[in-house]
Design a protein around this ligand. Sequence first.
Ligand code: UDP
Length: 317
Amino acid sequence: MSDKQRKILVTGGAGFVGSHLCGNLLKKNHKVICMDNYYTGSEKNISQFLNNENFEFIEHNIIEPFDLKVDQIYNLACPASPPHYQKDPIYTLKTSIWGVLNVLEVARRNGAKMLQASTSEVYGDPNISPQLESYRGNVNTMGPRACYDEGKRVAETLCYEYNKRFDVPVKVVRIFNTYGPQMDPEDGRVVSNFIIQALRNQPITVYGDGQQTRAFCYVSDLVEGFIRFMETGPEIIGPINLGNPSEMTVKQLAELVIKITNSSSSVEYLSLPVDDPLQRCPDISLAKKILSWNPEVSLLDGLRETIAFFATQLSSK
Ligand code: UDP
């Protein structure tokens, strides 16, 4: 990567992934404008950057038009965990459609590159595994996940069309399950829920029989993939999967978290949410080839870091 200082907008920069991205870009000495409306993001995620002269925060909802002169945009603004994106499905759709249009307009007007945070949810409940980028998905337009899945699918299409019509250099990354410090304890995600429950010695809530699979990527690996993708030439638009292909069942994750935390928690089986994908695992051959990217943090190391983060959070309460 070149050392040239760039002016970079991170929408959703006060969120879990966004704040890690801001930190990484600041370390590389870029000027970072973090935009967030704190719908799911939080001020405490960015408090450590507020005294950095290269960091600026703008409180704004991307659903409303805006303009900024920047070189690059990472568009991460969108509620991403099922309980959050299902709270107000129309708002989630507006964020993925109106919001992405507004961000693409900023990129078009200012000649900026734009990386769109898409998702493995575009594959829906996949009937092939692992999922390759060429797989077109098995998505329900009507279910509780539709506002997110279909919104993100439209968002991708908007990116490809802005690239075709206006030559906006877009980069579409499909993010698979990601975890790490600064996850919101209220997010309702499997990793955060299990760790908090285990640390409190409360029952671990496994939905369904726990045989559904996921593959968990540590946040620093994901962010490294974003930056590598952003630095590619304009001909590379994606989509590119980013995730850790070590697939496991939710039940195995529960057992592992209990073991590492030395918890006395038992496992409690609750009903499986509607349309919960039964399997999910990225095929990352494309990311390996184009970005020379490979996740480096093992699940054990990543979980240890994440557990330490939540332990501090719980003890400071
Ligand atoms: N899950 C679970 N218990 C929880 C939270 C989630 O068993 O307390 C399951 C959920 O049903 C799904 C998987 O864990 O099968 C991953 O859920 P998460 O919400 O983290 O992400 P998703 O991949 O579904 O977007």
